[in-house]
Design a protein. Structure first.
Length: 534
């Protein structure tokens, strides 16, 4: 069995990763490219995607800490390999670095934000023996940059992590958002005007800087968020996974009693699927990947910890998400640059937050098709939507439905399974259903529930003659479902036959069952259903 390595789960310090013997996926080829080709940059990536580690690595580079990038043996006897940048002509000069970290989740008031900015500036002022004459952050930032350049002979490096965290958690409170914007404009406004004193600037966040209206004065930032040449700067690319991390997949396969090819396919389905540029290079979620390697178990890690309450609150202010069509929508690239408060569509926001990703690009029209990246996000997002929307009348009904689903997976008792859905709909408050008098509402809710349980269910799956409502794929059977509102199950079954929804599975090898389901406006529930083998 291959030796198990140490995985940097939740560790964002480059120094700690290298000195303590943790695995580091070498991103320094792109770092070297960035620091030698430009000066001010912005990068948008979802949470838990390695932005903070990237900031920490840049800090080590500009502080001249070459020893962290060379090959060495840690005090624990772990050999750390030489990283790419140590083989280049980089001079390893020591630059003064000003690092701002707004990633803390406990920032909830303007007073706390003011304190964080003040303490950060104060720390650097004390470090370099500067006594500020004023409290204004703008003047203090200008003074810091000019003084440090003069005293050290080196221009200043400014690094900012998760600049938008506070604002994203304040959306809906217009006054607080406006106050926060003024703070950020005050601190970072000098970066362009003081360019003579600036060696490098790098700002990260979830939302593009143009969306927040903060850096209007800093319009020389290079936004590398959707550039092909920087698509893999965060996360783990498929090439990195199959080369630098190949032995980790092999070990994972051994621990789970399978082979490399099978384990690779399972990890790809669960954690891959992110794309951040037109060329659609495959990117894996690093937080989930390293959690899986560390525990030896494929499970859902990113969604559980990365779910943003602020995002869910924001979605509540927008039109509802239609889970059945979420993977067929297209957007022109300019859509991603709108300020958040100007959105009337939740899908671009879901893209910025990591719940959706780019699935395809049409250069002729300059538009992107969005979609859910992988199994982990698909199931977690459905659970989140359920908790936010449908669970307003409690969780016991969903728990009962999950138990019925669990039994169905074991014994394929379709009667009991459909009856459990009838009980679920019967438990829903009248007020909740009265504005949703159409078959698509029930169609979408069924799809969301089954997806949240981890079912392999397809919505609006296209055929030559139309789109099937729902198709449930099970290990021992396939169920093609058509839902009708104020129509009979026979009419639903007739449509399945006329449109050939089930024909595409005839040669699959698993038995195929056609199901027609009828909902009644009077009963607000399933009144009749019928199942017929293909």
């Amino acid at each position: 069995m291959a030796a198990k390595r140490k995985y940097p789960v939740g560790i964002q310090s480059f120094e700690s990763i290298r000195q303590d013997g943790y695995l580091y996926v070498d991103k320094t080829p792109l770092i070297y490219k960035m620091i030698t080709e430009g000066k001010p940059y912005f990068l948008s990536r979802p949470r838990r995607f390695g932005k903070s580690l990237l900031i920490s690595t840049l800090q080590a580079v500009f502080e001249g800490r070459r020893e962290l990038f060379e090959a060495f043996t840690t005090e624990y006897g772990i050999e750390q390999p030489q990283l790419y940048i140590a083989t280049t002509d980089w001079k390893w000069d020591k630059f003064p670095v000003l690092r701002f970290d707004f990633s803390a989740g406990d920032l909830s008031t303007i007073e706390q934000l003011d304190t964080l900015i003040d303490e950060t500036l104060n720390g650097y002022e004390q470090q370099y023996g500067i006594t500020p004459d004023v409290k204004d952050a703008n003047i203090r930032m200008i003074n810091l940059m000019r003084t440090l350049h003069k005293e050290t002979g080196k221009r200043v490096v400014v690094l900012c992590d998760e600049y938008d965290n506070f604002i994203l958690h304040s959306l809906g409170d217009d006054e607080k958002v406006a106050q926060a914007r003024s703070r950020f404009q005050n601190v970072f406004g000098p970066l362009k005007a003081e360019d003579d004193h600036l060696q490098f600037a790098f700002i990260t966040g979830i939302s593009k800087f143009s969306q927040m209206g903060i850096f209007s004065k800093l319009n020389n930032l290079q936004n590398i968020s959707m550039r092909d040449d920087y698509a893999t700067i965060c996360g783990v690319s498929e090439e990195e996974l199959t080369t630098q991390l190949r032995q980790d997949i092999e070990l994972m396969a051994e621990r789970n009693g399978t082979n490399y090819d099978d384990m690779f396919a399972r990890m790809k389905a669960r954690y891959d699927g992110y794309h951040f540029s037109e060329k659609l290079a495959d990117i894996y979620n690093p937080f989930s990947l390293f959690n899986a390697f560390a525990s030896g178990k494929l499970a859902d890690y990113w969604f559980d910890r990365g779910t943003s309450g602020a995002l869910i609150n924001l979605l509540a202010l927008l039109p509802p998400v239609d889970t059945t069509t979420i993977e067929s929508e297209t957007y022109e690239s300019s859509m991603f640059d709108l300020p958040f408060e100007n959105y009337d569509d939740p899908l671009p926001i879901l893209y910025q937050s990591g719940y959706l990703t780019l699935k395809s690009y049409e250069p002729e029209y300059n538009d992107f098709r969005l979609g859910l990246p992988n199994q982990e996000v698909r199931q977690g997002f459905a659970q989140c939507l359920y908790q936010h929307v449908a669970a307003k009348w409690g969780t016991s009904q969903r728990n009962g439905l999950y138990r019925a689903w669990s039994q169905f997976r074991r014994n394929y008792d379709l009667d009991a399974f459909i009856e459990s859905f009838k009980g679920f709909f019967a438990s829903m408050p009248y007020q909740w259903q009265q504005d949703n008098k159409n078959e698509h509402y029930y169609h979408a809710l069924l799809y969301t529930l089954l997806t949240s349980f981890g079912a392999d269910i397809r919505a609006e799956e296209p055929t030559a003659k139309g789109q099937a409502d729902l198709t449930l794929l099970m290990p021992k059977g396939i169920y093609v479902m058509e839902i009708k509102y104020e129509h009979t199950p026979d009419e639903a079954l007739a449509q399945i036959d006329q449109k050939g929804y089930a024909e595409k599975y005839r040669l699959d090898g698993r038995p195929v069952t056609k199901i027609g389901i009828s909902f009644s406006s009077k009963e607000r529930n399933i009144t009749h259903w019928k199942a017929v083998p293909l």
